[in-house]
Design a protein around this ligand. Structure first.
Ligand SMILES: [Zn+2]
Ligand SMILES: [Zn+2]
Length: 756
């Protein structure tokens, strides 16, 4: 006689909202097991009863065969007395206990749903809100845990009998699909023109398409916020969108109907193809073949391409059959708009019509942005599609440690039970609305994890809005130097534990000496705080923060330093009186802080080459410089030095002396094109990184900071270092820019590398 045993398995990982329970149900029944499965706040609890070998098989196959995006992280086992159960059942959710179960990100529409969407015989034919356990909204509809319909913005939609039957049928793809919906019982579209409902349902969709076809602008309620759409082939429509949105130059993402359409417009390497068609469906920055109007990305040679990722986008793009601009519906610097009333107000003067629906958005989540460098993924904006929980591959600070990030590209992160909850990209904290989003994101994380902030980690800069917000929690504060946080973020992501040289080449950040940093090198030694070992020679930044919007100010400061106070100034577009004021300020050291920022050095180079005197968005000058450099192929570089100091004579061990670069660019200006000079500038910085790496003599070099969003700089620096025998580490799941600072702050906190 076979012995019957019973076991309880506690499973954690991505096990909710992924069809885990029907999978368990099917597996258990196929093995002749009885028992139960239930979601718990921590994950899932399975009880199985049957013959011992069948129980063993069940455990092995559970972890091995769970389909993606499901994932088993841990499984603990307790033996129980057999109960004589005769069937396997799925039981309702537990709600007590700490909340640690992972809420999945929103996932792009799956192939099964797509087939139904375009099948005239299917009851969800052309229904823009279909989804299943393998796809659809998750984090943007969740209002609490555990992940059940009652804790989503779908709670107001009562299931029709057919949806209810699917929802309760363990063999159905929509078994416990919380956002399940159909045309009978789910959300519906409305097209608003002049604040009045002009059309409903499929008519609304078709009329919105007509408006785009006629050169108009549509505000569309997407999965994580409103977006603005217009015909991407129509330069006039795009310019109108730019004028109305007051966004003169910032590149606009383009949604293409199909991958073949992306191919005909951009160079698509295999890695980019995989990213475009992934379930995350991010915007992928690609080299343009030049067939779209220049208004898409003025002066740049790239296109941010994206494929449809919700049923609504699929239907619209299939109807249109041509690429459309698809950009976040926000006011510059502010978060994406998610509220319908606010959308009608904000878009009244921007869009010709608003395509909305009645499924509320619980959390704003923007499209993610990635690119490919040397065959590897480079994350630029981590948002939709990417998990809002990350497992640090390094020490994790105690539960309740909250990091509020830097000032730009803010994300916030909370440590809880060894896992880090990470918000999506929130925006720039100078904007009051972003500050509200930051506070909401913190509330969201603390509510989900039922953890109050016990320690708050912020930037060393005393005047960042986030540093002020950190104090509002009235808990102990830890401050982390900005560029150290960049290096820590890479250590946390990669789990690297050896000795290294960490470069953080960035815009500007606050140094503990009170000057502006941004070209830092740290020696990384296990078990010790980072040692600050190198930066570029400082130069004055006339007007301080104003220089971020006016590259010509950085150029003036750099020229002043490079020509010992007697700069050749005829290249800079200042009036005589402006110049007089600025030069006097620099000479007297008034409102001209010393800066060692690599980002500002890029700005200076772009202004000297006539590529950008002022800019309308962050990073514009560096992007124009990169685009110019990519038109020329050369290995030439300018002279530079890496000078050694004893640390009691200088703040750091090595100073990277860039002034010969500026002098070289000035003498090239008569004979060489801007593209040649820009290429030589990039090459020189790669050589400079190599020279510092040789001086520091550590086997591994970490590349981080916003400057390494520059594909040319990152690719060339990586290649030069590798050719000289260095291991090179740069981040893939987190961005090199300030979007990773919150994670870096937590990692620095865990290592005790903080200021009080
Ligand atoms: Zn699906
Ligand atoms: Zn229904």
């Amino acid at each position: 006689m076979t012995t019957i045993s019973r076991r309880r398995l506690i499973v954690t990982g991505a096990v909710q909202g992924v069809g885990f329970r029907p999978f368990v149900y099917t597996l258990a029944r196929s093995l002749g097991l009885t028992g139960t499965v239930a979601n718990t706040p921590q994950g899932a609890a399975v009880e199985i009863e049957g013959a011992a070998d069948a129980l063993g098989q069940f455990e092995r196959r559970l972890a091995a065969e769970l389909p993606a995006p499901g994932r088993v992280d841990t499984m603990s086992r307790v033996d129980l007395p057999a109960t004589g159960a005769v069937e396997f059942v799925i039981i309702d959710s537990h709600v007590e206990g700490a909340l640690t179960a992972e809420v999945l990100p929103d996932l792009a529409t799956c192939d099964d749903c797509l087939r139904e969407l375009f099948n005239p015989d299917d009851r969800r034919y052309r229904y823009p809100f279909l989804n299943c356990t393998h796809c659809g909204p998750r984090v943007t509809i969740v209002t609490g845990l555990p992940y059940d319909r009652a804790n989503t913005t779908m709670r107001a939609f009562a299931l029709c009998p057919e949806c209810s039957a699917e929802y309760h049928d363990p063999s159905d793809r929509r078994f416990h699909a919380q956002p399940i919906a159909c045309p009978r019982c789910g959300p519906q579209l409305t097209l608003m023109i002049d604040r009045k409902a002009a059309a409903h349902r499929d008519d609304a969709l078709r009329q919105a398409g007509d408006i785009i076809r006629a050169g108009g602008i549509i505000a569309l309620k997407g999965i994580g916020g409103y977006q603005l759409l217009c015909d991407a082939r129509d330069g006039h429509a795009i310019q109108r969108l730019r004028d109305r949105k007051n966004r003169p130059h910032k590149p606009l993402a383009v949604m293409f109907p199909t991958l073949a359409d992306v191919d005909s417009t951009c160079a698509v390497p295999p890695e980019a193809r995989a990213l475009l068609t992934s379930r995350q469906a991010p915007i992928v920055l690609l080299d343009s073949r030049g067939s779209l109007p220049d208004e898409i990305a003025p002066g740049l040679d790239t296109v941010g391409a994206i494929l449809p990722y919700t049923p609504l986008h699929h239907l619209l793009m299939a109807d249109l059959g041509f690429p459309v601009v698809c950009t976040s519906g926000n006011v510059s610097g502010a978060p994406m708009i998610t509220d319908d009333a606010e959308a009608l107000d904000e878009f009244a003067t921007i869009a010709d019509a608003v395509l909305m629906h009645d499924r509320p958005i619980a959390a704003a989540v923007d499209d993610s942005v990635v690119t490919v460098v040397g065959g590897e993924t480079l994350m630029l904006r981590r948002a939709r599609g990417y998990a809002q929980a990350v497992a640090l591959q390094a020490a994790v600070p105690p539960s309740g440690t909250l990091a509020v990030g830097p000032n730009q590209k803010v994300t916030v992160a909370l440590s809880h039970d060894g896992v880090i909850g990470l918000s999506p990209h929130l925006g720039d904290a100078d904007d009051i609305r972003t500050q509200q989003s930051i506070a909401q994101a913190v509330d969201h994380l603390t509510a989900f994890h039922r953890t109050r902030p016990a320690v708050v980690v912020c930037d060393l800069h005393p005047d960042y809005a986030t540093s002020h917000m950190a104090r509002d929690y009235r808990q102990p504060i830890q401050r982390v130097q900005h560029h150290a946080a960049h290096v820590y973020a890479v250590l946390a992501e990669t789990g690297f534990t050896g000795r290294a040289l960490g470069l953080a080449w960035d815009g500007t950040g606050y140094g503990p000496d009170g000057t502006i940093w941004g070209s830092e090198a740290f020696r990384v030694v296990p078990g010790q705080p980072l040692e600050h070992v190198a930066q570029i020679a400082p130069f004055p930044l006339p007007g301080g923060d104003a220089a971020a919007r006016e590259p010509r100010r950085s150029a003036l400061g750099a020229l002043w330093a490079a020509f010992d106070g007697a700069p050749p100034i005829d290249l800079l577009h200042f009036t005589a009186s402006e110049l007089r004021v600025l030069l006097r300020a620099v000479e007297r050291g008034v409102n001209s802080p010393r800066c060692a920022s690599m980002g500002r050095l890029f700005d200076a180079a772009a202004a000297l080459l006539g590529l950008a005197q002022t800019c309308s968005f962050e990073g514009q000058a560096a992007m124009l410089l990169e685009a110019a450099a990519r038109t020329v192929s050369t290995d030439e570089y300018y002279p530079f030095q890496v000078t050694s100091f004893t640390v009691d004579k200088a703040p750091v061990r090595w100073i990277m002396e860039w002034r010969p670069i500026i002098r070289g660019m000035m003498s090239d200006s008569q004979t060489r094109s801007a593209g040649e000079a820009a290429a030589k500038f990039h090459n020189t910085l790669a050589e400079m990184a190599l020279a510092v790496a040789r001086a520091a003599d550590e086997p591994t070099v970490i590349l981080s900071g916003g400057c390494f969003q520059n594909r040319l700089l990152l690719g060339r620096t990586t290649a030069r270092l590798k050719a000289s025998g260095f291991e090179v580490l740069w981040p893939h799941d987190l961005p090199p820019n300030d979007g990773a600072i919150a994670i870096g702050q937590l990692a620095a906190s865990a290592c005790g590398d903080v200021y009080g």
